[in-house]
Ligand binder design. Structure first.
Ligand SMILES: O=C(O)COP(=O)(O)O
Ligand SMILES: [Mg+2]
Length: 232
């Protein structure tokens, strides 16, 4: 039985300019108030996730940095899993490579990250992947940023830890997202969904794709799967 939701943020609860959708927030509050645990799962930093959990009104459980960090409930400790040094060493190589082309990487929240590194998409992600092909790192393009992290960590891997800690089977979760960093989380859940603006890889992994994009698409999916709460 569906009793928890794990949701991506950028592109799923926001519009294309990263502004939170107010109807998605209202929907999360109704779910949470009616006993459906809502977990945020994002490439964003734990600072942002702590604030959003409180201000949106979720369960307090979140995944940050694409599975590099997670916390269970508002009082849980922040768990930091990967070795960030590997990502920093890879970043060094990228910085020198793009510097030679006169391009400076535009880093996102470098001081607030414990597990990965993230930068703007003003360099070709394929070139980044080629440069790091032999490294023990994953390269993720979220449509909002490029992230580098030690291999073996993802939203899906942190999701398994969280489901175990909460004692809720993965099959009782609905997962929803939009980008390649959401694919394994969507596959691991009992009900995998995505919004209409999702990339093709995610649409293929999902059981259900909304007909409308972004936050309104999130509301559409939740109304379909939790009609007893949201259609009242
Ligand atoms: O941080 C990003 O690049 C994207 O974040 P998201 O995982 O919430 O879409
Ligand atoms: Mg996203």
């Amino acid at each position: 039985m569906l009793r928890a939701v794990i949701t991506d943020i950028d592109g799923t609860l926001t519009d294309e300019r990263r502004r939170l959708s107010t109807c998605a927030i209202e929907t999360i509050r109704k779910l949470q108030d009616n006993g459906v645990q809502v977990v945020l799962a994002s490439g964003n930093t734990s600072c942002i996730l702590k604030g959003l959990s409180k201000l949106i009104g979720t369960s307090g459980t979140f995944i940050g940095e694409n599975g590099g960090v997670y916390r269970v409930g508002f009082t849980g400790d922040l768990k930091i899993l990967p070795n960030r040094q590997i990502a920093l060493d890879a970043l060094d190589l990228l910085t020198r490579h793009f510097q030679e082309q006169g391009i400076t990487l535009d880093m996102y929240s470098p001081r607030e990250r414990f597990a990965d590194v993230a930068f703007a998409r003003n360099v070709p992600v394929d070139e980044v992947r080629t440069l790091l092909a032999d490294w023990n790192v994953s390269v993720l393009d979220t449509n909002f940023a490029i992230h580098i992290q030690e291999k073996g960590f993802s939203k899906g891997s942190a999701f398994r830890h969280i489901a175990g800690d909460l004692d809720i089977p993965l099959s009782d979760f609905l997962a929803i997202g939009d980008s390649e960093n959401d694919t394994d989380m969507i596959q691991a859940s009992g009900t995998g969904c995505c919004v209409a603006n999702a990339v093709q890889e995610v649409k293929q992994a999902a059981d259900y794709v909304s007909s409308i994009p972004y936050g309104e698409g999130f509301v559409e999916v939740m109304t379909r799967f939790f009609p007893h709460i949201l259609e009242r």
